[in-house]
Structure formats: C-alpha cells, structure tokens
Design a protein around this ligand. Structure first.
Ligand SMILES: NC(=O)c1ccc[n+]([C@@H]2O[C@H](COP(=O)([O-])OP(=O)(O)OC[C@H]3O[C@@H](n4cnc5c(N)ncnc54)[C@H](OP(=O)(O)O)[C@@H]3O)[C@@H](O)[C@H]2O)c1
Ligand SMILES: [Zn+2]
Ligand SMILES: [Zn+2]
Length: 333
C-alpha cells in the first residue's frame, strides 16, 4: 500500500490516505518521494476550480525521489537513481504530437494528479519516459519546482524562438514568476517584473529583473506602452488584458501560463495593427524538461524554497494560499 495525503472532497483538508497501486506496469517506475513542490495548480485541483478533479485526490506534481522499482521493459533508468516528475506522468507515445516530441500536447497524457495519484506520498508511480534524471549539480531539495513551474516558463522561450535581444515581461512573481525572471535573464533578455507586491520588487531585481512595475497600477502600466516583445502572464486572476496588450511592441506576444477560466476580452482591431499574438501553453515535453534542467545548472537557476515536512502538508498549503511564500513551498522528508 502507498501512504499518501488526499483530499476526499473539493476544498477539504488533506488527510492520510492509503491506496493499492496494483502491479507495476512494464513501462513504469516506482519512486520513493523525497521532496515535492506545491504548485498553485495543486490548490486549484484540490478545490476543483477547473471542474476536472476526481476524489480522493492525492496532489503533488513537482516530485523528486529515487527510483525504487523499474518495470520489466524499463532500460534507461536504474534503481537508486534520482529523478523528477512534473504535471504529466505518462504519454501515449504513439500519437502525432508524441511522435513529434510534443508529449505535453498528447491528448491522452496522464495528468499526475487527475485520475492518478501524485507526490504527496511516500511513493509514486510514473511511466518511465515521464521521469527525468537529475543532472549533476542540481540540488534535489530545490529541484522539484523546476519540473512544473520551471519548465512551464522555460518552454515558451523555446517554442517561440525568443531572442536574447528581446524585452520580456513577467506578470506575477510567485512560484512560476520567480523562475521566469531567472530563465529570461539567463536567456539574455531584458526582463521586467510586474508585481502587485511592493515587497517583492527588490527581490525581483536581485533575481535578474532589470525593472519592476506595479501590476495593478494602470498609470504605471500605461507608461510601458509599446515596450515588450513577449509578456509571460503567470497570474491566476483576470487583469486588464487590453491594457497589457498596449505594452507590446509590434509582433509582440501576450502568453498566458497562469490558469483562469475567465474569458479574455480583446478586440481583434487591437491585435491587427501590430500583428500581435495571444497564446498559451501547458508545461513542456520530457526533452524540454531535460534541456531546461541542464540550462538551470549552467546558469545557477534555482527555486527559492520554503520547506515543510510531509506531515505538515495542510500548513504548507495554507502558506501557499496566504500569498506570503517566497517563492515556492516544498514538502521534504
Ligand atoms: N500553463 C501551465 O502549464 C501551468 C503550469 C503550472 C502552473 N500553472 C498556473 O500558473 C499560475 C501560477 O502558479 P504559481 O504556482 O506560480 O502560483 P503562485 O505562486 O501563487 O503565484 C501567482 C502570483 O500571481 C500574483 N497574483 C496573485 N493574485 C493576484 C492579484 N489578485 N492581482 C495581481 N497579481 C496577483 C502574485 O504575484 P505578485 O505578488 O508578484 O503580484 C502571485 O505570487 C496558476 O494559475 C497555476 O495553476 C500553469
Ligand atoms: Zn504545476
Ligand atoms: Zn500521445
């Protein structure tokens, strides 16, 4: 039996929960979980904000641990190796998206915490191709957040061929945003941090932002008119998107990473004149995760973490909910 923490219904506190994972699949591994980051998506899934949670839900999709068992057909991972798993823990591997390397776009990918039990547990199962070995030089205690938050903000830099001369803005300096600042700076870009928290401004500059703007001050935002080539939004709330669009340079892109169900109301005419794009993307493929980890090691990119014990999971979730975490809460053994 796997010992985990689960919410039994929407919005419930987590409680100890045991489940029988059945026989290990031929293509699966079992991981002894050492650390697990808490992403805002865990909170949204616990609360069924997106209407596809199933209960009991075992959250946790920034998982770091050691391989405890390997399925009969798994040849590339060995027992004892340290690996990480993110939002997706399995792919069909045969659809066109998978065949093209876009596993994160696989229609039947297994979401680690939807219809599958996640990393708030002593052990977790995952398809072996979704588990990425940690490169030398990466601190396992701080690596978990790279597997969801990190790859989510890194992936657009790859997908859209972002140039080192580009001016990039990051809206929301939380778990995703503080990593986005570091990745965009190391990519060579000029980075502006939009934050609603005045007390994050100095820290954003220290993490690699060249400038900060109050994300909720319309006059301050308006002053950045025509400035950015790319905006990465990591907020989970609706902001004044037409106003943010006005801060884009010609051919600029407003890219949504933060998840909201609220419609984005934008006039086509506001997009047309500048050949402006709006877009969104989910996490990143296993190959992009592996590349991102190497890039993070080379550029000393690291999550700023606050650690709680697995038994303190409800306090840890409350800390994330409070908005006071700097910048990612991680459960550690
Ligand atoms: N696309 C994907 O694949 C993907 C992957 C992972 C997560 N997500 C989503 O990304 C979002 C962020 O996740 P996270 O873990 O980074 O969350 P987080 O740590 O809570 O950070 C969100 C940040 O948004 C800002 N914010 C919150 N409320 C705000 C408000 N009312 N007005 C203005 N700014 C506000 C805050 O930054 P400031 O204090 O700087 O204002 C906050 O730190 C979530 O919606 C999550 O579900 C998407
Ligand atoms: Zn996540
Ligand atoms: Zn597929």
């Amino acid at each position: 039996m796997i010992k985990a923490y689960a919410a039994l219904e929407a919005g419930a506190e987590l409680q100890p929960f045991e489940y029988d994972p059945g026989e290990l699949g031929f293509d699966e591994i079992e991981i002894d979980v050492q650390h697990c980051g808490i992403c805002h998506s865990d909170l949204s899934m616990i609360n069924n904000d997106w209407n596809f949670s199933s209960y009991p839900i075992v959250p946790g999709h920034e998982v770091i641990g050691t391989v405890a068992k390997v399925g009969t057909e798994v040849t590339h991972l060995k027992v004892g190796q340290t690996v990480g798993v993110g939002w997706q823990s399995g792919y069909c591997a045969t659809c066109n998206n998978c065949m093209e390397g876009d596993h994160n776009l696989c229609s039947t990918a297994t979401a680690t915490i939807a219809g599958h039990h996640g990393g708030f547990a002593d052990t977790m199962r995952a398809q072996a191709i979704s588990a990425i070995p940690l490169p030398d030089g990466l601190d396992p205690t701080k690596a978990g957040p790279l597997f969801c938050g990190g790859v989510t903000v890194y992936n657009p830099l790859v997908q859209y061929d972002v140039k080192p001369t580009d001016k990039v803005a990051v809206i929301g300096i939380g778990g995703l945003g503080h990593l986005a600042i570091q990745f965009c700076n190391a990519w060579g870009c000029e980075v502006t941090a939009f934050t609603s928290s005045d007390n994050k401004r100095d820290e954003a500059l220290a993490m690699g932002a060249h400038d900060t703007i109050n994300s909720t001050d319309p006059a301050a935002i308006a002053q950045a008119q025509g400035r950015f080539d790319l905006i990465l939004s990591t907020v989970n709330v609706k902001l004044d998107w037409p106003l943010y669009l006005s801060t884009l340079n010609k051919k600029g892109r407003l890219h949504f990473l933060g998840a909201t169900l609220e419609p984005v109301e934008i006039s086509v005419m506001q997009l047309m004149g500048g050949q402006t794009s709006i877009s969104s993307s989910p996490v990143g493929s296993p190959a992009v995760i592996a590349e991102m980890l190497d890039f993070a090691v080379r550029h000393n990119i690291e999550a700023h973490t606050e650690h709680f014990k697995f038994e303190e999971v409800n306090e840890a979730i409350a800390r994330l909910e409070s908005g006071k975490a700097r910048y990612r809460v991680v459960l550690s053994r």
